[in-house]
Design a protein around this ligand. Structure first.
Ligand code: B12
Ligand code: SF4
Length: 476
C-alpha cells in the first residue's frame, strides 16, 4: 500500500525559524524499512495547494503531522484538500497536538485515526493491518471512531532503546529550499522526554514522550551525523540539537561524542537549548571542544519568586555560573526570558533587568508568557481568571506573540503596555551589547572592508534595534 506522510506547513510564517520535522522523517524511515511505499509531502515551499497532488495519488493511507494548536488551521486546509485528491484513502493524524488532544483533533478535522505518542512502531503496525485488510481497532495508541463515538485505546510504553530507532530519512528533504528560505542548521535529537516540571511546558510533552528522559548513545548519534555529513558535506556541519535538555547527558557522554566525531574527521558547529542547573564547568568545556558554539538557556526571570511560580527549579545564581562558564570557554550564551506572568510586578521585572546585566548574555530573546492548552499554566490561568483569550489559535504561538507583542493572559499588577515597554528596554540593552561587543566590532570591521553594503545594512538594523525591538549583528 502506498502511504503519504504529510508535513502541512503550507502558507505559514514560522516565527521561530524553519526546521525539518525530524520525528516525521523517522516515520518515513520506519515505514520504508518495513517494506512500505512511502511518499513524503512537504507543503513548506508549495506556491499552490495542488502542487503535490500527483505524488499523493494512489495513496491508501495519508498521515498528517500536527505539532501545535497554532498549526491546526494549516493541517485542516491540507487534509481537506487531500481528501478530495485521494477520496478512498484512510486519514491519520499524529504528532504533539494529536498526542495531547486526540479527541479534539478528530472533532475538528475528520481524521479516521489518530496515533498518539512516538509512532515508529505503531505506524508500521497500522499500515500492516490496513494493508492486509485486518481491523486495527485493537491496536494500542490508536484513536478511532465507532458508531459516531471517539474511542481512545490505551498507550503502549515508550521505546526504551532509542538506538534501535531508524534515523530520519533526510534524503526526502528539500534542504536547498530550506536553506534558501533561512534555515541554518540541521536538526538532530539525542534524547526524548524531560524529567522537569515547568508550568508553561508540562505536562504537554509527557503525552508524547512519557515523563522521563531516555538517551541515545554517543556512537548512535555520531553515526547519524556521519550520514548527514555525507548527504550535506560542509567544512563545519551546522547542527541544532532539538532535545529539550541535551545537557542531561553526563560529561562522559560529551567526551565520547567529541572523540568519536574527531575520530571520523567530522567537524561540527552546534547549538542547543539547556537549563542552567544541568551544566558544570567541566561539561561546558567539553561541549565547546566538540563544536558547541552557542547554548540557549531558559533563564526566564531574574526574580526567584517568578522562577518559583514557573516551577523552574533553578536560581539566578545558577544562571550566573552557567553564563560565566560559557564566557570562559568562548561559547555564546543566549538568555531566553519569559516576561508577563500574571504574578509579576515592576520589582520582578527590574530584578530580571539587573540579572541580565550580571549575566552579560551574547543574545537575549524576550518571550511573553503564553498560556497554551495542555500545559499547567493554562489550567492555572483559567482557574484564577487570568485567561484573556482562549479562542484565537494565533495567540497560542509564543514566537508569534513575541514578534507581534500580544498576549493571551490578563495581568493584575501590570498593563500590557508596561510589559511591552520592559520587553523593548531589554531589547535595547541587547542591541547595545551587540553593538559594543569586541568580537562583533572586529567582525563588522572586516565585513565593512569586504562587503560594505551588507555591513551598512547590519549597522542600520542594530541602530534601529536601539530604538525598540530589532535584530542585532549576530541575531539568529
Ligand atoms: C524543534 C521544535 C520546533 C521548531 C520546528 C518544528 C520542527 N519542524 O522541528 C520550531 C522552533 C519552528 C517550533 C515552533 C513551534 N513550536 Co515547537 N517544538 C520543537 C521541539 C523542541 C522538538 C520537535 C522534535 O523534533 N521532537 C522530537 C521528535 C522525535 O518528536 P516528534 O516531532 O513529536 O515526533 C514523534 C511523534 O510526535 C510522532 N509523530 C510526529 N509526526 C507524526 C505524524 C503522524 C502521521 C503520526 C502518526 C505520528 C507523528 O512520531 C514521531 C516519532 O516518534 C518540540 C519539543 C519536543 N521535545 O518534541 C516543540 C513543540 C513540538 N513545539 C511546541 C510549540 C507550542 C511550538 C510553537 C507554537 C511555539 C513554541 N515554540 O512554543 C511553534 C508552532 C509552530 C509549529 N511549527 O507548529 C509544543 C507543542 C505542544 C503543544 N501542542 O502544546 C512542543 C511539544 C514544545 C512543548 N514543550 O510544549 N517548534
Ligand atoms: S521547559 Fe524545558 S526543562 Fe522545563 S519541563 Fe519543558 S522541556 Fe523540561
Amino acid at each position: 500500500m502506498k502511504i503519504a506522510l504529510v508535513y502541512p506547513r503550507w502558507d505559514w510564517i514560522e516565527y521561530n525559524g524553519l526546521a525539518e520535522p525530524v520525528g516525521l522523517l523517522q516515520l518515513v524511515s520506519a515505514l520504508r524499512s518495513s517494506g512500505h511505499d512511502v511518499e513524503y509531502l512537504d507543503y513548506s515551499f508549495c506556491r499552490t495547494i495542488d502542487e503535490l497532488d500527483g505524488r499523493a495519488s494512489g495513496a491508501g493511507l495519508v498521515g498528517v503531522a500536527i505539532s501545535a494548536a497554532a498549526k491546526m488551521s494549516r493541517a485542516e486546509i491540507v487534509t481537506n484538500h487531500l481528501r478530495r485528491v485521494v477520496p478512498d484513502a484512510m486519514f491519520l493524524a499524529g504528532g504533539a497536538y494529536p498526542s495531547i488532544f486526540p479527541a479534539d483533533t478528530m472533532e475538528r478535522i475528520p481524521f479516521d485515526y489518530v496515533l498518539t505518542g512516538e509512532a515508529e512502531e505503531s505506524i508500521v503496525e497500522l499500515a500492516d493491518a490496513l494493508d492486509s485488510g485486518k481491523d486495527p481497532s485493537g491496536m494500542m495508541n490508536l484513536v478511532y471512531r465507532r458508531s459516531g463515538k471517539i474511542i481512545e485505546n490505551p498507550r503502549r510504553p515508550v521505546p526504551s532503546d532509542l538506538d534501535s530507532l531508524p534515523f530520519p530519512a533526510r534524503d526526502v528533504v528539500d534542504y536547498d529550499s530550506y536553506m534558501r528560505e533561512g534555515m541554518s542548521e540541521y536538526g538532530v535529537v539525542t534524547t526524548r522526554g524531560c524529567p522537569f516540571n515547568c508550568i508553561y511546558c508540562k505536562p504537554s510533552t509527557d503525552f508524547i514522550f512519557g515523563g522521563n528522559i531516555r538517551y541515545r548513545s554517543a556512537e548512535n548519534v555520531v553515526e547519524e551525523i556521519a550520514q548527514l555529513a555525507e548527504l550535506r558535506p560542509a567544512d563545519s556541519l551546522p547542527v541544532f540539537f532539538k532535545d529539550d535538555t541535551i545537557t542531561m547527558h553526563p560529561s562522559g557522554w560529551f567526551e565520547d561524542f567529541r572523540d568519536l566525531l574527531s575520530g571520523r574527521g567530522i567537524r561540527l558547529c552546534w547549538h542547543c537549548n539547556s537549563r542552567v542547573d544541568t551544566v558544570t564547568r567541566e561539561k561546558v568545556r567539553i561541549m565547546g571542544e566538540s563544536g558547541c558554539s552557542c547554548i540557549s538557556f531558559g533563564v526566564e526571570s531574574g526574580s526567584q519568586k517568578i522562577l518559583d511560580f514557573y516551577r523552574k527549579g533553578t536560581t539566578p545564581q545558577q544562571a550566573e555560573k552557567a553564563f560565566a562558564w560559557c564566557h570562559e570557554f568562548g561559547i555564546e550564551a543566549t538568555a531566553n526570558l519569559m516576561i508577563g506572568f500574571p504574578m509579576e510586578n515592576e520589582e520582578d521585572l527590574m530584578a530580571t533587568y539587573q540579572h541580565l546585566k550580571r549575566l552579560k548574555p551574547d543574545d537575549i530573546i524576550v518571550y511573553l508568557s503564553t498560556a497554551i492548552p495542555g500545559r499547567y499554566i493554562h489550567d492555572w490561568a483559567k482557574e484564577n481568571g487570568y485567561l484573556a483569550n482562549d479562542t484565537n489559535p494565533e495567540l497560542l504561538d509564543p514566537a508569534r506573540n513575541r514578534a507581534c507583542e500580544v498576549m493571551n493572559m490578563r495581568l493584575p499588577f501590570l498593563s500590557l503596555e508596561d510589559v511591552i515597554s520592559w520587553k523593548r528596554k531589554i531589547e535595547r540593552y541587547r542591541s547595545w551589547r551587540k553593538l559594543t561587543s569586541y568580537e562583533n566590532i572586529l567582525d563588522w570591521t572586516a565585513e565593512l572592508l569586504s562587503h560594505p553594503g551588507s555591513a551598512a545594512r547590519k549597522a542600520f538594523r542594530v541602530i534601529r534595534g536601539l530604538g525598540g525591538s530589532g535584530d542585532g549583528l549576530k541575531g539568529r
